[in-house]
Design a protein around this ligand. Sequence first.
Ligand code: GLU
Length: 396
Amino acid sequence: MAGISRRVAAITESATLAVDNQARMLRAAGRSIISFGAGEPDFATPPHIVEAARQACQDPRAHHYTPAAGLPELRAAIAERHRLDTGQALTPEQVLITVGTKQAVAWAFATLLDPGDEVLIPAPYWVTFPEAVTLAGGTPVPVLGDADNGFRITVDRLQAATTPATKALLLNSPSNPTGLVYGREELEAIGQWALEAGIWVVTDEIYRHLTYGDHRFHSLAAVVPALTDRMLILGGVAKSYAMTGWRVGWMLGPAPAVGAAANLHSHLSGNVSNVAQFAALAALQGPSEPLQAMRAAFDRRRREMHRRLAAMPGVVCPEPEGAFYMFASFEGVLAAGPNGPGPRTTQELAATLLDEVGVAIVPGEAFGVPGYARLSYALSDEALTEGLDRLATFLG
Ligand code: GLU
């Protein structure tokens, strides 16, 4: 449409949120919809966190601005948590509180990139990563992981995609959409390579608490400490504490970079809701049992979804190692239905599933890998079972 800037016209709506909105609208119109769409825990926020927010609501001190970069207590608590987890000591000035981790992603690239700078993005990737790079004037460079090895990225693949314009690498482990979790040696190799290549690493650690089985989260800051001068670490409370709607995320990194991002934040956002920041503080300082209980439920659902999905004709899916997503190949399903040609792409398959059996999935096209689709298992056990029943019926 005339009048829209080229910059904004170049991006598309978030596919994950679009699927979620569509599911909500169909439900509001009276249809029974099971959504494997947006990655959002079905649990309520734990009561001690809600109580901290309630108290903040009643305290006039929490009715006003905090410093734009965040509530000092919360910045200090995040720095302390990071020190305990990684051994890397941060000052509160090295912590910026953002409107969800999504804003930290946008601010990271806005802070680092000049026009023409390239960012290596392992594919499949979360829908927002390339758009945030584009909006910041950079060029996203997808680097396809090895499909036969859980879409893992290797130094060889990264090196082959590197040019003199490469400014940064984006890493997201545990990964959205694949659920892969990089092991310590893998991370070490990638981190050493980035160190020698002289590029920045933006590491999105929002799913750090959600790993399963023998898989463990490793922070790149702990594995390759020499890289921390050129590393921005992104995180938040949304996924671990069932706090998606509270919108509290953060960026950690070298003081000059975080300070520059905080300047940007002071003009384009201002502080995150004061009450939500107190809630996040309670989440970080409170008991870890609610988090462990939710993690155990995700693990149970992960195993159940994998067991059933892997048995469906035409579907291939490795067992996810972390986060709460299954990234399955539907290539064996496309155009091979028993009643003649079916959907030819996963985009069409997603539309058909929604239309015919009321099941929402996010097509792989949104994550840079057609032929696959992402299914979130962060929904209730009952809904999960019902959704898988419908899928099994559809796929025969
Ligand atoms: N990050 C979640 C997802 O990928 C929530 C939706 C979004 O912000 O994209 O489903």
